[in-house]
Design a protein around this ligand. Structure first.
Ligand code: PFF
Length: 451
């Protein structure tokens, strides 16, 4: 029943790894991971996060790629076809549809934060941060998010950039963006860690990140660690499934999944090691929220030699990392429209991009005109972030695990995963059938206060 994708294929296994890593590595690693770690008290959160990546993230990464390659379509149609293959209900397609909705919700706030990064390319590059004080760095950030016009301008630029690449299609668009820029980001991040090691309070950062104090754990911490694992690996909404649908038949899914997860985790930890020494050296508040990375790194760049150049370069690369992730957030819905309505890609992406852009306006207004509009105590931005990341991604992941582990036949999954060792396959199956679903359910019960 081998299918082929109407959208084309990655030109090599290496390109797939770069594209999937490009999707995984983004604001989630460099902006969200440090600020969540700070809000949740440090090492205990980090440890839970790492546990979630290993026990739930990796098996689900394999499951999503496997489902994508077997379905060879956007998530909605892939689930529909795969369910048909296994004589299951067509309703599984709603799982794909939930992913599309989650993708729009994530992209709406993601593009706003990517816009901050774009703005910082120009702020740092212009030299406006030279010798800035701690207060000055905080004030500059607040002035930016306080201006709806500024945020709207950058959000718009970023969304157009994303739509252009998705409109150009998988090969000519996505591949080119990731080939050189991802390795460059990695190298610059290592240089930043070197700088933080030399000038910041590295000891305090290491102890904060790696010596857990379990008394700091709350129910919310556990849920946020799980949500962050999904978010960071781009799991639970079909983004990786969609990328898997462009993967050639002879690529090993387990190997590539492990490489992607390792690269993603390494970038998150490096970001923590670059940010926290500065946070402690300057007496910043680790729990200060979404502005943490912008304020702390601004201070580092303000005082390092050639900081203007490094700062500008860093925010360019962060924007690129966000770009390659945003592309994967927009791709599933766009591919679906192309399949379903036979539209041209460019036509489809105008619609999907516009929907995400309009939703993003709600997010950017939450920092200024709408800052007192609250839903259950959270503003629009926080609500979007919480519902999509901490609720929809884990629920999506749970259902994907149920589909791949329980509803799909053993023959189908082992045929598609083609693992060399039967032990490896059995480990994957146990993790997917039992550990991943049980983990998600336990975390939800815990968050609801039932456990
Ligand atoms: N993984 C991306 C990051 O860490 O920035 C965000 C993301 C991309 C989440 C794609 C979900 C997704 F489907």
């Amino acid at each position: 029943m081998a299918r082929s994708s109407i959208h084309g294929q990655w030109s090599s296994r290496w390109v797939f790894i770069l594209a999937a890593t490009g999707s995984a590595v983004g604001l989630g690693n460099i902006w969200r991971f440090p600020y969540l770690t700070g809000e949740n008290g440090g090492a205990a959160f980090v440890l839970l996060y790492l546990g979630c990546i290993a026990a739930v993230g990796v098996p689900l990464l394999m499951a999503e790629i496997m489902l994508g390659r077997r379905g060879r379509q956007s998530p909605i149609h892939s689930f529909e076809s795969l369910a048909q293959d296994e004589s299951l209900s067509r309703n599984w397609r709603w799982l794909g549809a939930m992913g599309v909705v989650a993708g729009f919700m994530i992209l709406s706030f993601y593009s706003v934060v990517a816009g901050w990064s774009l703005a910082y390319v120009f702020y740092t590059g212009s030299g406006m941060f030279a010798d800035i004080t701690v207060e000055g760095a905080g004030e500059r950030f607040n002035a930016m998010i306080g201006s709806a016009e500024t945020l709207l301008a950058w959000h718009t630029v970023f969304m157009v950039m994303t739509a252009i690449i998705v409109g150009r299609g998988v090969q000519s668009g996505l591949e080119q963006a990731v080939k050189y820029l991802m390795p460059a980001l990695f190298i610059l991040l290592i240089a930043m860690v070197g700088y933080a090691m030399g000038t910041g309070d590295f000891g305090a950062a290491i102890s904060y990140l790696f010596h857990p104090d379990f008394s700091k754990l709350t129910n919310k911490t556990v849920l946020e660690a799980l949500g962050q694992a999904f978010f960071s690996l781009s799991l639970g909404m079909g983004a990786i499934l969609t990328y898997g649908s462009y993967l050639s038949d002879n690529t090993s899914i387990p190997h590539t999944s492990v490489i992607i997860a390792l690269a993603d985790t390494a970038v998150a930890l490096l970001a923590g090691l670059a940010v926290f020494p500065i946070v402690f050296a300057y007496g910043l508040e680790p729990s200060s929220g979404p502005g943490l990375v912008f304020v702390s790194l601004t201070l580092a760049f303000a005082h390092m030699p050639f900081g203007q150049v490094f700062g500008c370069l860093f925010f360019i690369l962060l924007t690129v990392a966000a770009w390659t992730s945003a592309i994967s957030l927009l791709e599933p819905a766009t591919a679906w429209l192309v399949e379903r309505l036979k539209w041209r890609r460019r036509h489809a992406v105008i619609w999907t991009g516009t929907i995400a852009w309009v939703m993003g306006i709600g997010s950017l207004l939450s920092f200024n005109h709408w800052d007192s509009v609250k839903f259950f105590g959270k503003n629009f931005f926080d609500s979007m972030e919480f519902i999509s990341t901490s609720v929809m991604l884990p629920v999506g992941g749970l259902l994907i695990a149920v589909f791949a582990g329980w509803r799909m036949s053993r023959a189908s999954s082992s045929d598609e995963l083609r693992m060399q060792s039967t032990l490896g396959y059995s480990v994957w199956r146990v993790l997917t059938r039992y550990v991943a679903p049980a983990g998600v359910v336990l975390v939800f019960l815990n968050a609801l206060g039932i456990l």
